[in-house]
Ligand binder design. Structure first.
Ligand code: SF4
Ligand code: SF4
Length: 89
C-alpha cells in the first residue's frame, strides 16, 4: 500500500484554501506542461485547455507557474501556505 503523509509522524499537511491557482483560459494554449510537471496531479486538460482538477494536495511549489510560457497560471500565494509543514521547520 502506498505511503501517505499520514504515515510520517511530525508531518502535517496544510490543505489548500482551494482557490489559490486559477487558469486564464484566454491565454492557455493547452500545452499540458502544467499537467506534466505537477506531482500533486492538480490539473487536467479539458476541451484543449488546462483546468484545475483538485488543489487539495498542492505543495505550492510554483512549478506549474514556472513552466507556463503564456503566463496563463494565476497564482495567489495563500496566507499560511499549503503543502507540508514539519515539526523540524
Ligand atoms: S502550462 Fe499554461 S498554457 Fe500550458 S496547459 Fe497549463 S495553463 Fe495552459
Ligand atoms: S504549485 Fe506545484 S503542486 Fe501546486 S499545482 Fe502547481 S505544480 Fe502542482
Amino acid at each position: 500500500m502506498a505511503k501517505t503523509y499520514q504515515d510520517f509522524p511530525g508531518v502535517e499537511w496544510v490543505e489548500s484554501p482551494g482557490d489559490h491557482i486559477k487558469i486564464d483560459t484566454e491565454k492557455c494554449d493547452g500545452c499540458a506542461n502544467c499537467v506534466r510537471v505537477c506531482l500533486a496531479k492538480c490539473f487536467k486538460i479539458s476541451g484543449k485547455k488546462a483546468v484545475v482538477d483538485n488543489l487539495d494536495m498542492c505543495m505550492e511549489c510554483g512549478a506549474c507557474w514556472y513552466v507556463c510560457a503564456p503566463d496563463a497560471i494565476i497564482f495567489s500565494w495563500p496566507p499560511g501556505g499549503t503543502g507540508f509543514r514539519t515539526q523540524w521547520g
